[in-house]
Design a protein around this ligand. Structure first.
Ligand code: DCP
Ligand code: MG
Ligand code: MN
Length: 354
C-alpha cells in the first residue's frame, strides 16, 4: 500500500501508526479479520497525512477512519499509549486487569504488577498483597465507588460543604463542577470548587485543610482522605476523599433501637481556587475532559495557553518548544471573557460534552 515512499519515521503520525500497527497485529493473531482490515486501512490513511492528527475530530475526516478508531488515535496522541492494546497484550488476564483498574487510585502499572504476581481476585489482594491504606479503602468500597451518584444526592453533598464553609466565613463560594455542572443526571464523584472573594490561596488552604476537613470528619460526614496536599505545602490546591450522607433512621428500628444507617461512600474532591483564577478553574473543572483538550488545543493554535489557572499569551519557548516563561496572563477570573478572547462562542456547561 502506498505511503509516498516515506518511511513511517518521517511521518508526523509515526507514534500513532506504530501503536495502531501493534493493535492490528493483535487482531490478526486473534483472527479478527474485520478489525485487522479496518486497522490496515486506517494506517494507510494516516501514512498519507503530512500533518499531525491530534484530535478525534480531525481523524474522523480521514478516509477509513470511523468514530471508534478516531477516539483511539486521540487517546494515543494525548496519552502516548492505547489502553485497549495494553489490555490485549495481557490477554487472557484482561478481565482481572480490568477488575484491578477499577480500584480507586490504582493505575495500569500497579494493576498489571498484581496480575503478574498472580493475584486474581479482590480477596486475594486483601488477604495476601501488601496494600497501602488507600488501596485497602478502594477495595473495601469497590462497589460503592463504582456506583453513579444521583444528581439530587450530589446537590445535598454540595449543600453540606457549602454550609460548613459558610459557618467559617459567609463569603466562601462553592460551585459543584464536573459532570454535575454539565447537568448530568448521575455523577461519578462530587467536585467542589471552593473560592473566596478576598482570601489568598494560602488562607483558603489553611481554612479548608486545618478547619473544614477536620470538622467534617468529626461530624462523621467525611470518611477517608485519599489524596491531599497538606496546608504545609505551598502549592497544594486539592483534597480528594470519601464522604457519606447519614440516612434517616430506618423504619424497622423505630420504637426499638434508633440506628443511623449510612448511605454508600462517595468520592468527593475539594478544589481550591484563588479568586483571580475562578474563570479558568471553572472551565477546567467543568470539562468534560475532551472539551478541555479541544479548547486548550484551540488556544495553542492561537499562540496562547489555557490551563486551570488562566489564559496566557506570549509564552516564551526555547529549543524543542520547551516552555521558558509562563507568558502574560490575559484572563483568569471571567469564564465568559476567556471564551471571548479565544473567539469561541459561549457554551453553557450543559453543552460542553464532546
Ligand atoms: N479533567 C480533565 N482531565 C482529566 C481529569 C479531569 O480535564 N484527566 C477535568 C474535566 C472534568 C473535571 O476535571 O470534567 C472533573 O473530573 P472528574 O474526573 O470528576 O470527571 P467528571 O466530573 O467530568 O465526570 P464524573 O461524573 O465521572 O466525575
Ligand atoms: Mg466528577
Ligand atoms: Mn473529580
Amino acid at each position: 500500500e502506498a505511503n509516498n515512499g516515506k518511511g513511517a519515521a518521517a511521518n508526523p503520525n509515526a507514534r500513532t501508526i506504530e501503536i495502531l500497527e501493534q493493535m492490528g497485529r493483535y487482531y490478526d493473531r486473534v483472527q479478527d479479520h474485520w478489525r485487522t482490515l479496518a486497522y490496515r486501512r486506517a494506517i494507510t490513511s494516516l501514512k498519507r497525512e503530512t500533518r499531525k492528527i491530534t484530535t478525534k475530530e480531525e481523524a474522523v475526516l480521514l478516509p477509513f477512519i470511523g468514530e471508534r478508531l478516531a477516539a483511539k488515535i486521540e487517546e494515543i496522541v494525548w496519552t502516548n499509549r492505547l489502553r485497549r492494546l495494553e489490555n490485549a497484550q495481557l490477554d487472557p488476564t484482561d478481565r482481572i486487569l480490568q477488575l484491578f483498574l477499577g480500584i480507586y487510585s490504582v493505575g495500569f502499572a500497579q494493576a498489571s504488577r498484581w496480575v503478574r504476581q498472580g493475584y486474581r481476585t479482590l480477596a486475594d489482594l486483601l488477604h495476601r498483597a501488601p496494600l497501602t491504606t488507600n488501596q485497602r479503602i478502594g477495595i473495601a468500597h469497590y462497589d460503592d465507588f463504582a456506583l453513579r451518584i444521583p444528581r439530587n444526592e450530589v446537590t445535598q453533598h454540595g449543600a453540606i460543604v457549602r454550609d460548613a464553609l459558610h459557618a467559617l466565613d459567609p463569603d466562601f463560594e462553592v460551585v459543584v463542577g464536573g459532570s454535575y455542572r454539565r447537568g448530568a443526571l448521575t455523577c461519578g464523584d462530587i467536585d467542589c470548587i471552593i473560592t473566596h472573594p478576598t482570601h489568598s490561596l494560602s488562607t483558603i488552604r489553611a481554612l479548608v485543610f486545618d478547619t473544614l476537613v477536620p470538622q467534617l470528619f468529626e461530624q462523621g460526614y467525611l470518611r477517608a482522605s485519599l489524596a491531599a496536599s497538606t496546608s504545609a505545602s505551598s502549592t497544594g490546591t486539592k483534597w480528594h476523599g470519601a464522604a457519606a450522607l447519614p440516612t434517616s433512621p430506618s423504619g424497622d428500628f423505630v420504637g426499638r433501637q434508633k440506628k443511623l444507617e449510612e448511605g454508600p461512600w462517595r468520592r468527593i474532591d475539594f478544589l481550591l481556587v484563588p479568586q483571580e483564577e475562578t474563570g479558568a478553574a471553572l472551565i477546567y473543572f467543568t470539562g468534560n475532559d475532551v472539551f478541555n483538550r479541544s479548547i486548550r488545543l484551540l488556544a495553542s493554535r492561537k499562540g496562547m495557553r489555557l490551563n486551570q489557572h488562566g489564559l496566557f499569551r506570549d509564552i516564551m519557548r526555547g529549543p524543542g518548544r520547551v516552555k521558558v516563561t509562563d507568558g502574560i496572563l490575559v484572563e483568569g477570573r471571567d469564564e465568559r471573557r476567556i471564551f471571548e478572547v479565544l473567539g469561541v462562542p459561549w457554551r453553557e456547561p450543559e453543552e460542553r460534552i464532546c
